[in-house]
Design a protein around this ligand. Structure first.
Ligand code: ADP
Ligand code: ZN
Ligand code: ZN
Length: 724
């Protein structure tokens, strides 16, 4: 037989199928070792056939690495589709589908051994002899209690005793696979009785399965409860489900909620797992032991067959778009799998992406609404505070009077508060008051962030650390000033002023494994208390005691140059506000801004998604931005500035040719330095193209990224929502 193989080289000229002579044990989907030029490389078998056009010069597969096919046929089809849709290399796509250890044939499986008696208890005692008391105790225990795990017997009677019994041939041994994360929760929880809106949503989904649904429900309206119901029905049908959440390590409580409902059929996949855990979860999914997969975006590639539903919770979240190679949009992948399995794809959000909502209005998605919170709880009242006015009143604190009142009330009533600020560290920079010198990273064109606890200046782009400035290296002055306040400083201020426990959740406080979980558990157990955090705390948490939310400097995300900045800010404000008052009434939100009249805040204040949608969508349509047009950014980066500039010029010329061809379709074409001109010693330039929706232009421009220029990397983004 002949195997068609994709070899593991990430190089456009090699990213095609090669034929090899296959041994008998070679199956479609297996990983294999093949000769390639002078090298030996890993590869995946994607098809088998009887003959090849190149039969004279064919080489043989050296070895079949995986005993079973790692890629199921759906996953192979998906990989082809993904490579084509996002202009990716097949090899890069395939690598997303299978963990490295599996691909390389390394087993991380752990086993326990089940030991049982090989003969009757009397015979056993005879063989042991009366003096070995411990050994007799052990065989009596086995005879009374039946087969036991070796780890249990070792603990009870010592490994020496167990080994002696083995040596005497009294124990038969069977191995049993242990799965690292698979602890079973004993008390399963029974489902809640759904309210009318929830019932209607569930019915609509189950009666019209081969469709995409937008479950548009305000925060706390019981969307998760709808998901749980759908999944229950999927399991009853003997099928499986994927449930995606923005970043699962942020929401351990969500996993608990699912485990309580469904027990051991849950698997989780996210970046917080170690290699062994990931290995086991993948195996459990592959072998159908786990049937509900909860995970972050990469869980959409889970090796699960027979899908009965795919759910994308908080579908607006930017984490569903992979920003680095291989770049993809999870929605598109999910849509492929849902249609492949003829099962529902459910997109849930209180603040759907503009493009998603448009598809619902256009009738491409079915719109389901949950208009009110569970038990008719009111949405928390959002108060907008003008910070220029605060200054005028003589308040120089970063906390407005209203916000301080809110925290005092929260403390007095023994409740909890969440304070949101999307800037981590202690202060955004250190600057010399005398000459204006600002500490910058040597390798990146950005200023360094001051971290007080670690007592360093940190580059948030490459991670490099520098000494804190005592004296200005430029003029020698010791008058050093700090930039804008970050989460670390907010914690200090709050602790000092309110004298209650303050927790912090951001990229810095959550470096170690399970740290998210620990912080959230501590917080949920402590009242009164305050949780300070970046956008991490906006995502899907359900804390019953939180009755106050403060948003400091909401403007950070509003005044970026991205076309989605208004949309992002609306989502963020609504989501953060939605953490308050989920179980009791009277919750409040204070939002601090320097532009209180901005339409984003006015719509957010009234929870008027539709109003915001109309305004923003109108703006996009009249100014020709997505979803009414397409943006492509080509990012060109190189260690050498001159080469970078020259390559950018060359590529721009190629873009200009495409523009000539489709003149009336183009809105914008320009090359320029990227907003951040240098990252990790690489200079960065960009070409921005904007044109009316057109797949042919997209395809022609995408070909440009196949160009190989030595020392230069070229990266293409479709409708990027954050350009840096
Ligand atoms: P969402 O996902 O829309 O933010 P959740 O599903 O987390 O909302 O629901 C908010 C809270 O209300 C949760 O604590 C949940 O347990 C509870 N809840 C949801 N649906 C019901 C129901 N039908 N009856 C009682 N409580 C419910
Ligand atoms: Zn100076
Ligand atoms: Zn740096």
């Amino acid at each position: 037989m002949i195997a068609e193989v994709i070899v593991d080289i990430s190089n456009n000229s090699v990213d095609k199928i090669f034929d090899y002579i296959a041994p008998d044990n070679c199956l479609v989907g297996c990983s294999v070792l093949v000769p390639f030029g002078k090298r030996t490389l890993l590869g995946f078998v994607l098809r088998m056939k009887d003959s090849s056009d190149f039969s004279d010069s064919l080489k043989s597969i050296i070895k079949v690495i995986s005993r079973k096919p790692l890629l199921k046929s759906e996953i192979i089809d998906l990989s082809f589709y993904m490579a084509k849709t996002f202009y990716l290399r097949m090899n890069d796509c395939l690598k997303l589908m299978v963990p490295n250890n599996h691909r390389e044939g390394k087993s991380l499986a752990v086993f326990d051994y089940i030991l049982s008696l090989t003969c009757s208890i009397d015979e056993a005692i005879n063989k042991i002899g009366k003096r070995a008391k411990k050994q007799i105790e052990a065989v009596v225990f086995l005879s009374d209690n039946g087969p036991q795990k070796q780890s249990v017997l070792n603990k009870l009677f010592s490994s020496q005793v167990v080994n002696e019994l083995k040596a005497k041939g009294l124990l038969s041994i069977e191995s049993e696979r242990i799965f690292r994360l698979n602890e079973v929760k004993q008390n399963l929880e029974s489902p809640k009785i759904l309210n009318e809106e929830q019932t209607r949503a569930v019915k609509a989904i189950l009666s019209n399965k081969d469709n995409t649904f937008l479950l548009f429900g305000v925060t706390g309206s019981g969307k998760t409860e709808v998901y749980l119901n759908i999944i229950k029905s999927v399991l009853d049908d003997g099928k499986n489900a994927i449930m995606l959440v923005p970043e699962i390590s942020l929401t351990p409580l969500m996993v608990d909620r699912f485990k309580k409902r469904f027990g051991s059929v849950i698997a989780v996949l996210h970046s917080g797992l170690n290699e062994g855990e990931r290995y086991d979860e993948w195996e459990r999914i592959y072998s159908n032991k786990a049937r509900v997969i909860i995970g972050a975006r990469s869980a959409i590639f889970a090796p699960v067959s027979n899908l009965g539903a795919i759910i994308i919770d908080e579908e607006h979240d930017s984490s569903y778009i992979s920003e680095s190679n291989p770049r993809f949009d999870t929605h598109v992948i999910a849509d492929f799998r849902a249609r492949y399995n003829h099962c529902p794809l459910i997109l849930g959000s209180a603040t759907p992406k503009l493009s998603t909502y448009k598809l619902a209005l256009d009738g491409k998605y079915k719109l389901l609404e949950l208009k009110s919170r569970v038990n008719d709880l009111k949405m928390p009242e959002i108060e907008i505070v003008d910070m220029t006015e605060e200054l005028r009143q003589g308040n120089t604190s970063i906390l407005s009077a209203k916000l301080q009142d809110g925290l005092i009330e929260c403390k007095n009533s023994n409740k909890q508060a969440i304070i949101f600020l999307n800037r981590r560290g202690y202060a955004s920079f250190q600057m010399c008051k005398k000459c204006g010198y600002i500490a910058k990273c040597e390798d990146c064109a950005v200023s360094l962030v001051y971290h007080k606890q670690e007592n360093v200046l940190k580059c948030h782009f490459c991670g490099k650390k520098y000494r804190v400035l005592d004296l200005c290296p430029n003029c020698g002055s010791d008058k050093i000033k700090l930039g804008s306040i970050g989460t670390e400083q907010v914690v200090d201020i709050l602790k000092e002023q309110f004298k209650i426990p303050v927790f912090r959740m951001d990229n810095d406080s959550t470096r170690t494994k399970d740290s998210h979980k620990k912080i959230l558990e501590e917080f949920s157990k402590t009242s009164p208390s305050i949780l300070v955090g970046t956008q991490m705390i906006a995502k899907g948490h359900d804390f019953p005691l939180v009755n106050f939310v403060g948003i400091l400097d909401a403007d950070i995300s509003l005044y970026t140059s991205d076309y989605t900045s208004a949309e992002n800010t609306f989502q963020l404000v609504t989501q953060v506000a939605g953490r308050a008052g989920r179980k009791s009434s009277g919750a409040k939100v204070v939002l601090q801004t320097y532009t209180p009249n901005h339409y984003v805040y006015q719509f957010a204040k009234n929870y008027d998604y539709l109003g915001f949608y109309k305004k923003e969508s109108n703006l996009r349509e009249t100014t020709n931005f997505p979803p009414y047009a397409q943006i492509i950014r080509i990012l060109i980066s190189s260690e050498n500035r001159e080469i970078c500039i020259n390559s950018t010029k060359e590529l721009l010329d190629e873009c200009k040719e495409v523009k000539e061809k489709y003149k009336d379709k183009f809105i914008f074409l320009q090359a320029m330095p990227a907003p951040i001109k240098r990252i990790k010693t690489k200079y960065r330039f960009q070409i921005i193209l904007r044109f009316f929706n057109n797949l042919e232009i997209e395809g022609e421009i995408a070909k440009i990224q196949d160009r190989v220029i030595k020392g230069v990397s070229i990266f293409l983004e479709l409708n990027p929502t954050s350009i840096r």
